[in-house]
Ligand binder design. Structure first.
Ligand code: GDP
Ligand code: GDP
Length: 436
């Protein structure tokens, strides 16, 4: 499972700027938990040898007693979840009493700490660094998040602090079958679906989870096929009190998506599609995972409601129109056959082997039908294509002036390849390489 790094520090030191530099994502996932003063942001960083989850804990504001109240609670939660704490301070402010108080709190956790001295741009760096050396934290890094300076160093220093992946215990690909993450907002029906799938097929429940914090993996055999369901809701742990506190764990959701080949996002048909659903779908696509949209609680809706729901979904999910939408009732078990069929198809598309000559031929046809607009009087040339990996299927296209190819043309090519190779249910990645 993806390790977790938490960014902690006073307001305005540059945590969200650093978060954006690390995750490079357009939309951060936000946990909408009641009772916290500022939302925490979550994303995945792919800059290092291993991806990890980044949590921006929000601001820790000071009071006479130092840190306290809800923000402190929020930070404690982040500390509990994190494998590494990144303490962000402001080079221009120097060491403030509140910094020392926060550091004390972080130290009590016993977790590894890296200090990032941010906003060193325009400062006398050696002087600033000497001041922060008083913290006595061995790993203290100068940075300028706004200019993405120090970010690579931070990532490199973070790596050794992340827990080892124990791949030895992991079941083989074949034993695992298709790895499916089931994600969605609280009460969408994730647990109901998993219980339904498991119960119906008298399955072999084996708990493959390492620690209690990790999402649970359960294996399922259905119609002669193997699956590993990666459950974010925690079927069995649900009864426990602390699960109610944070029933929707963004960290678990991100970890599940990362570990899976196919993500099933569950949506409650009786609720409007929330921004969080769209952000989640956007994240699945960015991570290159195959996607199936399961619209749950389809039972007890009349035909008018169904039609309205279908129309609204179609409109808002246009950006992922290649993903199959299935209408199910986890409670009654209807639509599950279709759901699993969509999962199998999406997996097949995501892992399909594409041949270089077919890809090149398809590229030629796409190029003939419609050429990219001229760039300062010159046409970008696309010469040949070859496969660059699967899950997601990646197509590497060689040519010249490819840097100037507009997003619209990239989408055109993507659609063309998708149609030709029937890559339904999976994102398709196009990479351009300039030959000259
Ligand atoms: P947060 O409250 O800790 O999340 O801080 P923000 O990321 O919102 O940053 C607070 C302010 O500091 C913003 O105006 C940023 O543009 C600015 N800032 C962040 N990083 C840097 C930096 O590296 N250099 C400079 N000069 N300003 C920065
Ligand atoms: P989770 O938080 O995503 O795991 O959601 P649950 O599986 O706990 O379901 C939340 C609530 O929705 C429960 O009361 C379920 O009984 C109910 N529910 C789940 N699936 C369906 C369904 O297909 N139809 C109806 N009517 N209710 C459902």
């Amino acid at each position: 499972m993806l390790p977790v790094i938490a960014l902690v520090g006073r307001p305005n030191v540059g945590k969200s700027t650093l978060f954006n530099a690390l995750t490079r994502s357009r939309d951060a996932l936000v946990a909408d938990m009641p009772g916290v003063t500022r939302d925490r942001h979550y994303g995945v960083c792919h800059l290092g040898a291993r991806p990890f989850v980044v949590v921006d804990t929000g601001g820790l504001s000071g009071s006479d007693e130092g840190i306290e109240g809800l923000t402190a609670q929020q930070v404690r939660l982040a500390i509990a979840e994190a494998n590494l704490l990144v303490f962000v301070v402001d080079a221009r402010d120097g060491v403030l009493p509140l910094d020392a108080a926060i550091l004390g709190e972080l130290r009590r956790s016993g977790k590894p700490i890296v200090v990032v001295v941010n906003k060193t741009d325009g400062t006398d760096e050696p002087t600033v660094m000497a001041e922060f050396a008083s913290f006595g934290v061995a790993e203290t890094i100068p940075a300028s998040a706004a200019h993405s300076r120090g970010v690579d160093v931070l990532v490199a220093r973070a790596m050794p602090h992340l827990p080892e992946e124990d791949e030895d215990d992991a079941p083989s690909e074949e034993e695992q079958g298709i790895r499916v993450a089931i994600v969605g907002r609280p009460n969408a029906g994730k647990s109901t679906l998993i219980n339904r799938l498991l119960g119906e097929d008298r399955l072999i429940v084996s708990d493959l989870a390492g620690t209690t914090r990790d999402p649970i993996r359960v294996s399922l055999e259905r119609d002669g096929r193997r699956y590993t369901l990666i459950d974010t809701a925690g079927v069995r742990r649900k009864a426990r009190v602390e699960e109610a506190v944070e029933k929707f764990s963004v960290i678990k959701t991100l970890q599940s998506i990362s570990a899976a080949q196919v993500t099933v996002i569950m949506i409650d048909a009786r609720e409007n599609l929330a921004d969080q659903d769209l952000t989640l779908i956007g994240h699945v696509i960015e991570e290159g995972k195959a996607l199936v949209v399961a619209v749950n609680k389809w039972d007890g809706m009349d035909s008018y409601q169904r039609e309205q729901t279908q129309k609204a979904l179609e409109r808002r999910l246009q950006f992922a129109d290649w993903a199959k939408t299935v209408f199910i009732s986890a409670l009654h078990g209807s639509g599950l056959r279709e759901l699993m069929k969509a999962v199998i198809r999406a997996h097949a598309a995501a892992t399909k082997e594409l041949g270089s000559s077919e890809l090149t031929r398809t590229l030629e046809r796409a190029y003939e039908a419609y050429q990219p607009p001229l760039v300062r009087g010159h046409a970008p040339k696309l010469r040949f294509a070859h496969p660059g990996g699967s899950n997601p299927p990646t197509i590497v296209i060689h040519g010249s002036r490819t840097k100037h190819i507009a997003p619209a043309y990239r989408r055109y090519l993507e659609g063309f390849f998708r149609k030709r190779f029937r890559l339904e249910g999976t994102p398709v990645r196009i990479e351009f390489r300039d030959g000259d």
